[in-house]
Design a protein around this ligand. Sequence first.
Ligand code: CTP
Length: 437
Amino acid sequence: MKKVITYGTFDLFHIGHQKILERAKAYGDYLVVGVTGEHYDIDRGKLNVEESLEERIENVRKTGLADQIIVENYEGQKISDIQKYNIDVFVIGSDWLGKFDYLNDYCQVKYLERTKGISSSIIRSENKIIRIGMIGAGRIANRFVPESKFVSGVHISGVCSTEGAKEFADKHEIGFYTEDYNELIERVDAVYIATPHGSHYALAKQALLAGKHVLCEKPMTLKSSETIELFEIAAKNKLILIEAIKTAFAPGFIRLIEIAKSGIIGSIKDVSATFTKIEKGDKRELNPDSDGGSLYELGTYPLIGILKLLGKPDDVNFFSYMNNGIDAYTKVILSYKQAIATAQTGLGVKSEGNMVIAGTEGYIYVPAPWWKTEEFEVRFEDFSKNKKFFYKFYGDGLRYEIAEFVKQIKFPDQPSWKLTSEDSILLSNILERFKMN
Ligand code: CTP
C-alpha cells in the first residue's frame, strides 16, 4: 500500500484545499492529513486563523478524502510522522517549493501547483478589511505600521498628527493624512492611539462616542475613573477597546502565566519583574509636564505580569529616586495576603530586566528581556528536575496586540481573557495612586 501525507491549516476550507487533497490522494492508496494545532500556528507567526482546530479537522474530514487525520504540533514533527506512519510520498503546495527538500531523506517529496487566486488569507480579508486610522506619528507609530502587515484583515488607511503627518504617510504609504482628528475618525473603522499619555482619555472617548473601536497605547489613562468610563462607553456601544500592552498577547508570556499558575512551583509567594531603559536628552519620557517618568513609561509591563499572576493587590507602595522632576527609578511593592511582589522601572537607572516567580516548590526564571518572553526555566531544589521552555516572539511583538484587536472586532462574542477591562482599570488605579503619592 502506498501511503501519502500532506499538511495544512485548512482554515475556512476552500477549493484550493479540496484540490490539493484530491491530488494528494491520487498519489497513493492511503492519505494522512496533518492539521496544524493552534499553538503551533501562533508559534510560527500565523496569527489570524479563524476556525478552531476541531472545525478545521471537521473541514478535512467532510471531504471524505483523508483516511487518517493527525495534528501537527511542532516544528520538525514531519520527520517523525513520515517514519511513524510509514509514508511513501509527502505532498505540499508549490508555495513551499524547496522548503521540504530535506524530507527526501525519508520519502518522496512532491510540490503541487497551487490553485490560483484563492487562499484562506484572501477569504479572511474579503470578509471585511478593518480600516485603522492612527493618531500620532512618533516612534511607536513608526513600529506599528510594519507590524500591522503581518496581520491579515487590517489596513492602516490614514494617519492624523499635528506634526509630520505627510512625511509619515509618505514613508509608510498610507492612503491619507490629516491634522483633523474628526476627519480621521470619520474615514476609518477603528483608531489606534499613539500619542502622549495625557491625551489618551479624550481621544479614546471621542472615537468611541463616534462608534469606532479603539486600540490605545499604554498606559490607557492615569486615572481609574477615566479608564472605567471608557470601558463603559465601549460596552454600551458594543465596541472593542484594548490597551496596547504587547506582552499580554505574546504566546510565550501566555504560556508562562499558565505554567506558573498550574501549581508546578507550588503556591506563588513572590514575583519580581524589572524593566529599565536609559533615556537621555530632551524627550517626552523625561519631561514632567508630559507625564514623564519611569513608572508611567514602563510600569504597565511588570505590573501586568504581577496582576496576571497574583490578581488585585491588598496594598501598593512606591519608592522612587527622583531626578529633574520625574521618577528616574521606581520600585513598586504590591502586597497580598499570601504573597508579595515588586516591580522595578528605570529611565535613569539600569538594571537586569528579568522576572522571577518564586513558589513554595520551586521558581521560574525568565531572562531579560522577559517582556518579550521567548524562554524561561522552571527550577527546583533538585536541579535535575529543572525544565526549560522556548517560544517565538516575532519582530516587535506589536503584531500580537493587532491580531487580538482584529479578532475581538470580528468575534465580539468571544471576549478577550488575555487583557481584560479589569486588568486595565487596575493598572490605571495603581498609576493613579503613584501620582497621589
Ligand atoms: N493550497 C493550494 N492552493 C491554494 C491554497 C492552498 O494548493 N490556493 C494548499 C497549500 O499549498 C497547502 C494546503 O493547501 O499545501 C494547505 O494550505 P493552507 O496553508 O491551509 O491554506 P492557505 O489558503 O494557503 O492559507 P493561508 O492563506 O492562511 O496561508
